[in-house]
Design a protein around this ligand. Structure first.
Ligand SMILES: [Zn+2]
Ligand SMILES: [Zn+2]
Length: 202
C-alpha cells in the first residue's frame, strides 16, 4: 500500500519516491517529520488506537526506568559527597577544583574583561605606549633586547662617513595584547646616541 503523509509543517501531502522510500525530512519544506506525529491518511482506527496504547505503555516504562536510574544516581552522588565532606572537609582539592571549574565556566567575557583591566594597568606604568601597526591596540612593553656586535652590522652612511648606530644598543620589545604582533623601538639612551651622530659638528 502506498503511504500518504501530510507534512505537519507545510501541510503538503507527501508521496515518497518509490525507490528511495520514506525519508525523515519533508521534501517540500525540509523540516523533520519525526519531530511531529505524521498524519496518515486512510488508517484503520483500531490499529491506530492499539498502536497509541502500546506507545503510551512504552513511554511510561521508559519514564520509570529513567526515574529509577536518576534516583540511584543522586543517591550514590549524595553518599560520595557525604564521604568527601567527612574525610576532607572543605579543604578537599576536588571540591576546590569543582568551584574553579564552575568559575571558569561562568563567562568567557568576564575573563576577557579581567585581562583587559590588567593590560590597562600594565600600560599605565609604561613610559611609552605605542600603537600596534596591525590592529591599533596599545602595545605592552615586554622587555629589552641587547644587540651586540655579533648580531648587528652597522651601515656606514656615506654622507656621514660613519654608522648611525653603534653596538651595543638596546631595543625595547613591545607585544600587542590583541594580535601578538611585536615591534621594537630603540631605547631612550640609544636614541640620544643616534641623535648626536646625526647632529652636524659645528
Ligand atoms: Zn513540509
Ligand atoms: Zn595588534
Amino acid at each position: 500500500m502506498e503511504e500518504h503523509l501530510i507534512c505537519p509543517w507545510c501541510l503538503t501531502e507527501i508521496v515518497w519516491d518509490e525507490e528511495i522510500g520514506p525519508e525523515s525530512h519533508c521534501p517540500h519544506c525540509d523540516n523533520e517529520l519525526s519531530a511531529y506525529r505524521t498524519i496518515e491518511l486512510g488508517y484503520d482506527e483500531d490499529e491506530v488506537e492499539a498502536d497509541e496504547h502500546e506507545r503510551a505503555v512504552q513511554a511510561l516504562k521508559i519514564n520509570d526506568t529513567h526515574r529509577a536510574a536518576k534516583q540511584n544516581d543522586s543517591d550514590s552522588d549524595q553518599e560520595e559527597w557525604d564521604e568527601d565532606e567527612q574525610e576532607h572537609d572543605s579543604d578537599d582539592p576536588g571540591h576546590k577544583r569543582w568551584l574553579q571549574e564552575d568559575d571558569g565556566y561562568r563567562s568567557a567575557d568576564t575573563a576577557r574583561f579581567a585581562v583587559e583591566e590588567t593590560v590597562q594597568r600594565v600600560l599605565d606604568d609604561q613610559d611609552e605606549v605605542p600603537e600596534c601597526p596591525v590592529c591599533r591596540s596599545y602595545m605592552i612593553e615586554a622587555g629589552v633586547q641587547l644587540v651586540g656586535e655579533q648580531q648587528f652590522e652597522a651601515r656606514i652612511a656615506p654622507s656621514l662617513g660613519g654608522p648611525v648606530l653603534t653596538t651595543p644598543f638596546k631595543l625595547a620589545l613591545y607585544v600587542c595584547p590583541a594580535c601578538y604582533h611585536t615591534s621594537t623601538l630603540l631605547s631612550q639612551s640609544d636614541r640620544e646616541q643616534m641623535l648626536k651622530r646625526l647632529t652636524p659638528n659645528e
